[in-house]
Write a protein that binds this ligand. Structure first.
Ligand code: A2P
Length: 320
């Protein structure tokens, strides 16, 4: 089982990267240092996580002349936030990310979501009633502006995040630089089988975010199941003498899905990379597949008229 996936651009992306969503400033530098120390060569970032400057401080200690690593040995991803979708805002947003990370290019730059928010400095611009202020900018126009970042050498490749199959095809149909990745929520409770096979059929690699079910998501509620404590995984875990987290990560890898587990705990960071020395049987894989319940954990829901609905689903490009 290779520890890399080859993207349609020819780039080799490590199958396991360090996730940095929810890693607070004050924690993320140590997390990135621990990851690089134990062999991670793939770091997943985003402007919206509010911690890229600190990620950059850690990268600066490891990468560059006289340091342990050459720039090309580490695969760094970042993402364009929804308030920067206006074509004239895209390059500046990317340059800000590069300045924060202390890099002259990122390996992969993703459009974080298909929907555009009102431009400006506010991360989540909302009206007084709490609803998001969306903008009409189409993701196709944003995509064209992202493609010029490749032309200018600011990013090696461009890709998508949170795009559904139809939207992915739509971007491919107008792309000069094809999206190499679609990064989506994926874990055993949301196995994304259809989207995976679609992306595969059109040459787009999939990266799983929240690969462990993101137990630390801010809106987690006690009535939602906790993936890492699922008893069906515990049995497989015992059989292989691996932790439930390692079992889940191995499941992703054997499905050909790259994953970016987030942790700020050095022992877990290390453990999450130790998934290339065992394999799951067909039976294990099927068992894990069978616990899928299409449970999306990442998008907050609210009750409206007695029904659970996505809180921010008021936009024609909302993907779900
Ligand atoms: P922490 O950062 O405190 O170590 P996801 O990647 O799906 O978003 O999951 C992140 C959550 O899973 C965090 O709460 C993180 O905790 C926890 N986590 C990461 N790796 C492991 C592991 N090997 N065992 C248990 N929990 C883990």
């Amino acid at each position: 089982m290779s520890s890399f996936v080859t993207l349609s651009s020819g780039q080799r992306m490590p199958m396991v990267g360090l996730g940095t969503w929810k890693s607070s400033p004050g924690q993320v530098k140590q997390a990135v240092l621990a990851a690089l120390e134990c062999g991670y060569r793939h770091i997943d970032c985003a402007a919206a996580y509010g911690n890229e400057q600190e990620v950059g401080e850690a990268l600066a200690l490891w990468i560059g002349p006289g340091k342990a690593l050459r720039r090309e040995e580490v695969f760094v991803t970042s993402k364009l936030w929804n308030t920067k979708h206006e074509p004239q805002d895209v390059e500046e947003a990317c340059r800000t990310t590069l300045a924060h990370l202390g890099l002259s290019y990122v390996d992969l730059y993703l459009m974080h979501w298909p929907m555009a928010f009102q431009r400006g400095q506010e991360l989540m611009p909302r009206r007084a009633d709490g609803s998001i202020r969306y903008s009409d900018t189409h993701y196709r126009d944003t995509w064209r502006a992202m493609e010029s970042l490749v032309d200018k050498g600011l990013v090696k490749a461009v890709g998508l995040s949170n795009f559904n199959a139809r939207q992915t095809d739509d971007v491919i149909s107008i792309a000069r630089h094809k999206p190499v990745v679609n990064q989506v929520e994926c874990h055993p409770y949301l196995s994304q089988t259809d989207l995976l096979s679609h992306c595969r059929s059109v040459g787009v690699s999939v990266t799983a975010y929240s690969p462990l079910g993101s137990g630390d998501r801010p809106w987690a509620s006690p009535d939602q199941p906790c993936l890492l404590e699922d008893s069906r995984l515990a049995a497989i875990s015992q059989r292989h003498q691996k932790t439930p987290a390692q079992i889940i990560l191995r499941w992703h890898i054997q499905r050909g899905v790259a994953c970016i587990p987030k942790s700020v705990t050095p022992s877990r960071i290390q453990q999450n990379l130790e998934v290339f020395d065992f394999s799951l049987s067909q039976e294990d894989m099927k068992l894990i597949e069978s616990i899928n319940c299409n449970e999306r954990l990442i998008v907050p829901t609210v009750e409206r008229d007695g029904k659970k609905v996505w809180r921010d689903a008021g936009h024609p490009h909302f993907p779900f």
